[in-house]
Design a protein around this ligand. Structure first.
Ligand SMILES: [Zn+2]
Length: 420
């Protein structure tokens, strides 16, 4: 199984919503607890890097903002239950990235989950025109603009800031405590980051940071997804670094410099330490680059957008015809990259549409006959259908094209065949 995940540039910061692809070692997971006020705690979910969560603990029980990684769910739950006697009654998600919603399914057993409506869509794996699917831990209460919760004696105000880091970013304001959780709209101590391929926008992200500085009390404590807490002055300095360095990078891109040219130059040498955290200098330059491509309309629409519409409304035969047609007549308008059809195939498998998935993987084999991965995916589809002979044939082809494909080797051995 190879579910390629885009270009991988931003995946170290926020992996895509996906629950079954990584096996975690729970022994690596840990929690660090910091008390912020008499009832608010910051719990850092540590697993290599760390993700901040906030808990309100008091007479109403426990409210948790963000659930961290799947592998830290058990120590996080233990730590929360040590802080107070009550149940975890509510969970709020700041946005859709899996390091913030990764343990939703665990906490959904005792809590109601609240988020922006986009987070529910993303959690349920809505993929262009393919509707979402039921998954434990999907938010049950959603909102568009703002929502107030009253818990442990204070108003907790949730405010949506559109389309910056992701499409469904919210700020969680503990009004009496003067604590403002900004999720990943701010990467304190690092360069900013926007998930542009999934609807984020870098300019918006920086504008939202400016708006946050104006919207909340000057003496508030700003807690963010992965870095140290900030006061308003530090947030202003962070915004200044983001704005200044993105302009510098942008100027170089407009002069025709490549991403590698910019990284090899000493353009960002004055901000070296800013690239040493979860958003590296390379990731920051890539983010500005993607924003530039988006604004200059050089980022083509995924072919999966029209294909999923055709599959849903007319069926796979029409979709295959449409693909051939668009590839001949509109090659510039759509992205026909290998990963597009590969991802679509797996999204169809997730929905039990194995026949449709097989046709899509076959299309990818025809389009990328030299790639080992396309044969591997097709072999997997045959294996799911119980057609072991074809599964073996395509795993062998995959190995021919890519002898380093250890997955194909493992699958062949599972199917009772060894590499020739
Ligand atoms: Zn994020």
């Amino acid at each position: 199984m190879k579910r390629l995940l885009g270009t991988g540039i931003l995946l170290s910061v926020f992996s895509l919503v996906s629950f079954s692809q990584t096996e975690y070692d729970p022994s690596e997971a840990g929690i660090s607890v910091v008390q912020l006020t008499d009832k608010l705690y910051k719990l850092q979910c540590i697993s290599g890097t760390y993700t901040n969560t906030i808990a309100s603990v008091g007479e109403d029980g426990i409210l948790l903002v963000d659930t961290g990684y799947p592998q830290t769910s058990s120590p996080l739950s233990d730590a929360l239950h040590k802080l107070g006697d009550g149940n975890i009654r509510m969970v709020i998600n700041t946005h859709e990235h899996s390091d913030h919603i990764g343990a939703n399914a665990v906490f959904a057993q005792e809590a109601i989950i609240v988020s922006h409506e986009r987070v529910r869509q993303a959690y349920r794996g809505q993929y262009f025109a393919l509707p979402g699917i039921d998954r434990p831990g999907a938010p049950q209460v959603v909102f568009k603009d703002s929502l107030s919760l009253y818990f442990n004696g204070e108003e907790i105000r949730l405010q949506h800031y559109p389309g910056g880091h992701t499409l469904g970013d919210i700020v969680v304001h503990f009004t009496d405590s003067k604590v403002v959780f900004v999720g990943d709209m701010v990467f304190a101590g690092c360069f900013p980051s926007a998930d542009i391929t999934r609807g984020g926008d870098l300019n918006r992200c920086l504008e939202n940071t400016g708006q946050i500085i104006r919207d909340y009390p000057t003496d508030a404590l700003f807690v963010n997804g992965h870095g140290p807490d900030y006061r308003a002055e530090q947030l202003k300095a962070y915004l200044d670094v983001g704005t200044t360095t993105s302009r510098l990078i942008r100027n170089e891109i407009e002069k025709g410099q490549s991403m590698d040219d910019i990284i090899a130059s000493d353009l960002l040498s004055s901000w070296k330490e800013w690239g040493e955290g979860v958003v590296s200098e390379r990731e920051w330059v890539a983010c500005v680059y993607r924003q530039h491509l988006k604004e200059t309309h050089q980022q083509a629409t995924s072919i999966c957008q029209p294909l999923t519409e055709a599959i849903v409304t007319a069926g796979i035969e029409d979709a295959l015809e449409l693909y051939a047609n668009l590839k001949v007549h509109h090659p510039e308008k759509y992205s026909f990259a290998e990963d597009e059809l590969n991802t679509l195939g797996y999204r169809l498998i997730d929905r039990g549409r194995i026949g449709d998935a097989t046709e899509i993987f076959k299309l990818n084999v025809a389009a990328y006959p030299e790639s080992g991965n396309v044969y591997d995916s097709l072999a997997e589809a045959y294996m799911i259908q119980g057609d072991n002979a074809l599964a073996i044939e395509y795993y062998q082809k995959s190995l021919e094209k890519d002898p380093s494909n250890s997955n194909a080797e493992a699958m062949l051995s599972k199917l009772g065949h060894k590499k020739n």
